[in-house]
Design a protein around this ligand. Structure first.
Ligand code: GDP
Ligand code: IMO
Ligand code: MG
Length: 431
């Protein structure tokens, strides 16, 4: 049985949620393996919109097991709020349908506070433009070996010592910033509030996944963010604090890499970015406005306007390699409907030299001049198309050229936010 990893191949918001929701019909288990509630995925099913941040997108389908792996940083208050919000929309999440890794690190209020304090104190050029959800500080504590983890909620008597250790670090930071220090009682009270709701979901996820894999279940791994936001491979330091590339599916879940059969890269037919950092094809003029308005490019989590620009094939070609992408799901093709001509970035120029990939340093990334190829647009519509035959010839040409440039085939095509408006070319679960 094939197991599939879905990852973003640009700067996030490529439409991963929609594609994971669609694919989860074919899966038994859907696993989040990194990030936290900085992610924002919008699914549209029969006209009803569902917004997910922390829960795997498979959760809206009955009978699927959703898993939050150890690679995720979990804000327990955000988790409960999301479960309750979904219940209001008629989606029931219970300890039978959701399991959470006991070894996942928690996001606490002090992480959110620190994230906000740092962002607000940073000079304009030094801001990252984080979602201010505490993601970075929580991963810092995990790597610093002082995090409070999900399992600690079930081992209450061990908590005071762990909280003291955490506060030695945080109170020194807060003092340095001239901020009020945190007491152990505050942290205990905040955890007491959520303990009863979270502990029933706690599980040994690596063992559970191994059992499901051996039983022949299909496992779908749902990445958040995108390859260019990866802490190692992204546009550092303007990145998130986790590995977002496909390799993380193994370490962030506890199922080894040999269990992964197919990597699907979710790729938007143009490029967007939210937050600060280099963006070679960014267009803050007419084209960018057109894409932003037609594509409704506003952040799900923070409501921020997304920066927009033409498709950057050099960048996606790079992430195809780094994530080992076997095929892509090309989304939002319909947003390009009606454009007279469409540009595709095929490489860059830097100091008179031609580059076929993004240089590693932010300074060089900011100075790149994109090299464009211009293609004819199409007069007809791709919106809502459900078969290849419904696409105008120029749209097919655009898709084919993208395949050539990024050196990966299109496995799926998405033509509207609706679940059903999807064209399957190659089933990622196919053995
Ligand atoms: P994610 O973070 O990768 O899951 O993506 P988001 O949900 O943040 O952003 C993608 C947005 O595009 C959502 O509002 C989706 O409903 C929408 N969307 C997804 N696929 C398509 C598509 O093919 N066409 C259009 N017009 N919208 C789409
Ligand atoms: P999905 O899963 C787009 C960006 C933030 C900021 C940087 C660091 O919906 O694609 P963080 O709060 O993670 O420390 O912020 O990363 N970012 C995203 N951008 N989509 C996301 O998730 C993102 N998650 C984080 O805007 O630039
Ligand atoms: Mg998103």
């Amino acid at each position: 049985m094939a197991n599939v990893v879905v990852v973003g191949s640009q700067w996030g918001d490529e439409g991963k949620g929609k594609i994971v929701d669609w694919l989860s019909e074919r899966a038994d288990v859907v696993v989040r393996f990194q990030g936290g509630h900085n992610a924002g995925h919008t699914l549209v099913i029969d006209g009803v919109s569902y917004k997910l941040s922390l829960l795997p997108s498979g959760v809206v389908r009955a009978g699927k097991l959703a898993i939050i792996g150890n690679g995720v940083v979990l804000d327990p208050h955000a988790l409960i709020a999301e479960i309750d919000r979904l219940a209001e929309q008629g989606v029931k999440v219970t300890p039978d349908s959701l399991r959470i890794a006991d070894n996942a690190a928690l996001i606490l209020s002090l992480h959110r506070r620190l994230d906000g304090l740092r962002e607000n104190a940073a000079a304009p050029g030094a801001k990252i433009g984080t979602t201010q959800r505490g993601i970075g500080p929580a991963y810092e504590d995990k790597v610093g070996r002082r995090a409070i983890r999900v399992m600690d909620l079930a081992e209450w008597e061990t908590l005071p010592g762990k909280i003291d250790r955490l506060l030695v670090h945080h109170n020194a930071l807060l003092k340095g910033l001239g901020e009020k220090e945190v007491t152990p009682e505050e942290i205990l009270a905040e955890l007491e509030d959520v303990r009863e709701r979270v502990v029933p979901y706690c599980d040994t996820v690596w063992a559970l996944l191994e059992k499901r894999r051996r039983a022949g279940d299909r496992i779908l791994f749902e990445g958040a963010q995108g390859a260019l936001l990866d802490i190692d491979h992204g546009t550092y330091p303007y990145v998130t604090s986790s590995n977002t590339v496909a390799g993380q599916a193994a370490t962030g879940s506890g199922l080894g890499p040999s269990a992964i059969d197919y990597v699907l890269g979710i790729t938007k037919a143009y490029t967007t970015r939210v937050g600060e950092g280099p963006f070679p094809t960014e267009d803050d003029g007419e084209v960018g406005n057109f894409l932003g308005e037609r594509g409704r490019e506003f952040g799900t989590v923070t409501g921020r306007k997304r920066r927009c620009g033409w498709f950057d094939a050099a960048l996606v070609r790079q992430t195809v390699k780094v994530s080992g992408i076997n095929g892509i799901a090309l989304t939002k093709l319909d947003v390009l409907d009606g454009l007279k001509e469409i540009k595709v970035c095929v490489g860059y120029e830097l100091d008179g030299e031609r580059l076929s990939f993004l240089p590693a340093g932010a300074a060089a990334q900011t100075r790149l001049t994109p090299v464009y190829e211009t293609m004819p647009g199409w007069a007809g519509s791709t919106a809502g198309a459900r078969s290849w035959a419904e696409l105008p010839a120029e749209a097919v040409k655009y898709v084919r050229r993208i395949e050539e440039l990024i050196e990966a085939p299109v496995a799926m095509l998405s033509t509207s936010p609706e679940r059903v408006d999807t064209i399957l070319v190659r089933d990622p679960f196919q053995d």
